[in-house]
Design a protein around this ligand. Sequence first.
Ligand code: PBG
Length: 337
Amino acid sequence: MERTHALSLGAWPRTCMRRNRRDDWSRRLVTENHLHVDDLIWPVFVVEGKGKRDPVPSMPGVERLSVDLLVEAAGVAKELGIPAIAVFPNTDPAIKTPDGREAYNPDNLVCRSVRAVKAAYPDLGVICDVALDPYNSDGHDGLVVDGYVVNDETLEILVKQTIVQAEAGCDVIAPSEMMDGRIGVLRDALDEGGFEHVRLLSYAAKYASAFYGPFRDAVGSKGALEGDKKTYQMNPANTDEALREVALDIDEGADMVIIKPGLPYLDVVWRVKDAFGVPTFVYSVSGEYAMLKAAAAQGWLDYETAMMESLLGFKRAGADGILTYAALDAARILKNG
Ligand code: PBG
């Protein structure tokens, strides 16, 4: 029989890489990495009001939801098997102050959201950011004194914010403001407050990134922000520094860590997972989502396949979980094929 494959021209034995790719069943058999619904965390934005859906212009398909609709959406996520959601508030600018004191109002939008979601779906994990940017009239993650975000004074506010969120029923506190020493201080505060079961998910390696732009639109901190966040968020040029950040946070009691953003930082995900073997999450941020949606809207990319391919890339890099605005889409695709 005449051989038609190019590899048959040479001497044997020869490796044929394409044989395993020939059929769907054998492609499935040799698949090395899998995305599962258990890997997904869905970040959601909330606003004041009732029955309110407020589209985020720079994130097509993403809406800020009032608390009642957030509860409905949480039900959809739970039904699809998504383990946890992360709640972000769009705070009324009228109540923002330079000291961000709304962050520790026990009846603030986030606390009301957490109470409502946990009452309806006690088994759904709820994650809350700890940082001042949704509440601070300067748009910064910490307290600004003479143009500089001060560390220890910020920590004192973060402790209060953590406690009101824990009291509201938040399962996972996720400090995202990159202050030094916050994990240890928040762990102590949680333990002393009787919240020893509340987990700490540290945004351990969070870079000063242009990819956060659409998020700042969504929470309404963009207009307020003066300057940038380079004095506390990491330099995109560094990875050894990310390992130091993660090492410190683990030492201080972090239960899980986040690398953020996602796609431009897959090497960091890999190095962190490889070096520490701790639960490592990646945050595929607003700008990554916006890029996919924008290209898809032009007909330049297929949203679903490009999105699923990106999520698989995070798994390949070693991520245990992925925060993604596409979590519901991905969960539906995983369910229905
Ligand atoms: C704020 C925070 C940011 C994000 C999550 N928490 C923005 C920032 O640091 O400016 C970004 C998420 C995204 O872009 O999707 N502490």
